[in-house]
Ligand binder design. Structure first.
Ligand code: SF4
Length: 607
């Protein structure tokens, strides 16, 4: 059997040091040098040239070996066992079998075995055409395999794995590697650059060659960190004859959790806030959700049990807030204000109601520890009044002997307020509030306001080792607020007038109206929403009718090839993974959460 590969000058080192040195079987090895010159980084010109060369060589090999089977492999591969027999048995009744690329079920074009026939020739000719336009082969390949019903495709078993197979995440952001039983091949994908790939191969080899107890311990730490039971995912993915889209969009059309913006009005004039600058008024309007519509929403969506109330405006300006809290309490629906309130204006009755009716949590945006500093960004805000309101809530909590609402102090770090972080943290402790530092918006909503000066301090205080959002993206290859996109699945956002905005960032367009278009389920099942979700998962190219094409976060996804992965969507609001959770997996996740929380407290304690 032939083993075919192509390599560019930047990847020659992998050919000699890893691929050929570790190969175990007696393949007829056919390696072709590409003329591409450069660093071989994803989507750079030389990388694209090498990808085009690869498609051409695969087509040529199919044509010259008609009726035979052969294996294609990238060079950044480490072999740890014989592969040939397994590959031959996997190809039985199939045209092509690939390494599983990620838990979402994508096929990897970096390691696969193929039967040279008219189906695979047509497939690769179409991939070649798509690659010429799109510059990359993997997304086109996955799209075409699913579209071409005549292709009999399948997965290689999980013993052929890569960095993304169990995590769907990039190295070194995700530093732990899950090692399946009896590994035979490891592919250093989901990382960028020769240095990182070498580090990844080194690490994988070190862990794989450990004795069994060492690998078991490694996997236990992996699960504590990532909180998932991957073998079950893999079992699901490898079942059946045809590749199907593992992720089922319909699992998310009746979310138990939603965000319903009670107000897009705000009395403050924070300089970089689009509500204060009038952008929100022009795009989605200024208004409040009346009690009658809140009641109607709960009536028509009985499966909703948890609602976030804040986003673009100040919740406490909604005059029906007290009645809304009471109504939700009577219907056993949990409410929270986690996106943030300034808490600058609130009557004693309402402050009592948030305790009496069990508002679950309340995040206050307080970016300073004195009126002087606080009001530089929170223009028109009164620091002492906000603190007094928090004291009143605490007094009511005592009176009602209630732990609700859990209070959080959100401190957006700017150049003008960084010197007051320590003082604010101490005040939060006295007030019984959780405290955290958030990176400022940079240019998300226009001009950057008051950039941080003491970058080392913010790197420490943010707990992320970064001082601003740009640095975050450079370090982690994804946007700081990329998880906002998950809201489309997990907690869809609805404007005060019923328009479904999907996430807390979108204000450009909507996906229908829950009050006039037949309810939330209909809006979430709509074609526009489905197309947008496919786009965000990198399954389809950008659609101009989706609001996401106007969003920086989507641009960052395209740039970093960092798409939404199905495993990220398994959350508190349910989803495809909820039904597969065993008691054991839930317990392991819980231990993982405790472990992470412990580390967070340790870090905070050190500061
Ligand atoms: S890309 Fe779309 S879903 Fe994601 S944050 Fe932007 S507008 Fe929201």
């Amino acid at each position: 059997m032939k083993l075919v590969g192509v390599y560019s000058s930047s990847h020659e080192t992998f050919k000699d040091e890893w691929f050929l040195r570790t190969l175990k079987d007696d393949y007829e090895v056919c390696l072709y040098p590409s003329e591409a010159r450069g660093h071989g980084n994803y989507m750079e010109a030389d990388w694209q040239q090498a990808v085009r060369f690869k498609s051409a060589k695969i087509i040529e090999t199919i044509q010259k070996n008609w009726g035979e089977v052969f294996v294609y492999s990238d060079m950044d591969v480490l072999f740890v066992g014989p592969t040939k027999t397994t590959i031959q048995s996997c190809l039985n009744g199939k045209d092509i079998v690939c390494q599983l690329d990620d838990p979402g079920g994508n096929l990897c074009t970096g390691f696969f075995a193929v039967r040279a026939n008219d189906v695979t020739l047509k497939l690769w000719q179409q991939v070649q055409r798509a690659t010429a336009c799109e510059g990359r082969d993997q997304i086109a390949f996955n799209r075409l395999v699913r579209a071409m019903k005549e292709v009999r495709a399948g997965y290689l078993p999980p013993s052929f794995f890569g960095m993304g197979t169990f995590t769907g995440r990039q190295f070194p952001e995700a530093s732990r590697i899950y090692i399946p039983a009896n590994p035979v091949m490891f592919h250093a994908n989901f990382t960028i650059g020769v240095e990182q790939k070498t580090a990844l191969l080194d690490r994988a080899q070190r862990i794989i060659t450990r004795h069994r107890p060492g690998r078991v311990a490694n996997n236990l730490f992996f699960r504590l960190r990532h909180g998932m039971i991957t073998p079950e995912v893999i079992k699901t993915l490898t079942r059946g004859d045809r590749i199907t889209q593992h992720y089922d969009c319909n699992a998310f059309v009746r979310p138990s959790s939603v965000a319903l913006d009670l107000s897009t009005a705000c009395q403050l004039k924070c300089p970089s806030c689009p509500t204060a600058t009038g952008v929100i008024a022009k795009s989605i309007g200024t208004g409040i959700l009346p009690l009658a519509n809140f009641e109607k929403f709960l009536q028509e969506h009985p499966w909703v049990s948890d609602i976030e109330l804040s986003n673009w405006g100040e919740v406490f300006l909604n005059k029906d807030l007290e009645s809304i809290l009471r109504h939700a309490h009577e219907r056993h629906v949990a409410l929270r204000i986690d996106n943030g309130a300034n808490l600058d204006r609130a009557s004693d009755r309402v402050l009592e109601a948030v305790v009496k009716y069990n508002l679950r949590s309340l995040t206050c945006s307080i970016d300073g520890a004195s009126q002087e500093v606080y009001s530089i960004y929170r223009v028109n805000g009164n620091f002492d009044r906000v603190i007094e309101h928090i004291r009143r809530i605490n007094a009511f909590k005592k009176q009602y002997r209630s732990e609700y609402p859990a209070l959080r102090w959100q401190y957006v770090a700017f150049g003008h307020n960084e010197h007051e972080i320590a003082r604010a943290r101490a005040m939060a402790g006295e007030l019984g509030m959780e405290f955290y530092v958030k990176l400022s918006w940079d240019d998300l909503y226009g001009e950057t306001f008051s950039p941080v000066k003491d970058r080392e301090l913010i790197r420490k205080e943010s707990g992320l080792g970064v001082a601003d959002r740009r640095e975050y993206e450079e370090k982690f290859n994804r946007n700081y607020i990329a998880p906002s996109c998950h809201q489309l699945w997990q907690r869809p956002h609805i404007n005060f007038d019923g328009r479904v905005l999907g996430c807390s960032i979108n204000h450009w367009d909507d996906f229908g109206n829950v009050f006039t278009n037949g309810g939330l389920e209909v809006c979430l099942k709509g074609e526009k929403m489905q197309r947008t979700k496919d786009m965000l998962m990198g399954v389809t190219e950008a659609h101009t009718d989706s609001p996401c094409v106007k969003c920086q976060i989507y641009a960052s996804m395209v740039k970093n090839n960092a798409w939404i992965r199905p495993q990220e969507l398994v959350g508190p609001s349910g989803g495809s993974g909820r039904n597969t959770s065993s008691l054991l997996s839930r317990s392991i996740r819980r231990v993982g959460r405790l472990y992470r929380r412990g580390r967070r407290f340790q870090r905070q304690g050190r500061k």
